[in-house]
Design a protein around this ligand. Structure first.
Ligand code: UDP
Ligand code: MG
Length: 139
């Protein structure tokens, strides 16, 4: 069973100083942090990161939002990491997210939803290698 995923605390949550609470929830849920950094993405990096959504109507808005301030990139490890982390995040739209999930607690809207999580083992690997060099990761 694959055991890594990529997380990212989005600019709204960083600006509102929710990062500590969110990281505490991630650690309390049993994830190990193998990499963590505060970074300001460029427009080009954001377009590349979200390339899978390039034909969606919200693509440019998403690129604007994710570059509107620093994000905290997280390389995470746990058994069943992708699935367990998505459960901890909650649904994309905070209004639909289950009680106690990060998006329910800290998200503002379907677009401005506090946190990212990989949707598959394949994308977890791609996203971690996009955001981190080997030297920035422990294991
Ligand atoms: N998003 C949006 N409008 C939508 C759907 C998604 O602005 O109708 C944004 C939102 O920030 C979301 C991101 O695009 O987290 C990626 O969308 P995806 O469908 O992959 O949702 P996620 O995997 O983040 O739950
Ligand atoms: Mg997604």
């Amino acid at each position: 069973m694959a055991n890594i995923t990529f997380g990212m605390i989005k600019p709204d949550a960083v600006k509102k100083n929710y990062s500590g609470k969110i990281i505490d929830m991630i650690l309390s849920a049993g994830f190990k942090i193998n990499g963590m950094k505060l970074i300001q993405l460029t427009k080009e990096q954001a377009k590349q990161f979200y390339l899978v959504h390039k034909d969606r109507p919200f693509y440019m808005e998403l690129v604007e939002y994710i570059t509107s301030g620093p994000v905290i990139a997280l390389a995470l490890e746990k058994d069943n990491a992708v699935q367990d982390y998505r459960i901890l995040l909650g649904a994309t739209d905070p209004l639909e997210a289950a009680d106690g999930t990060i998006r329910k607690l800290f998200g503002e809207s379907k677009a401005v939803n506090a946190i990212h999580g990989s949707d598959s083992d394949e994308n977890a690997k791609i996203e971690i290698s996009f955001m981190f060099s080997n030297l920035e990761l422990v294991s």
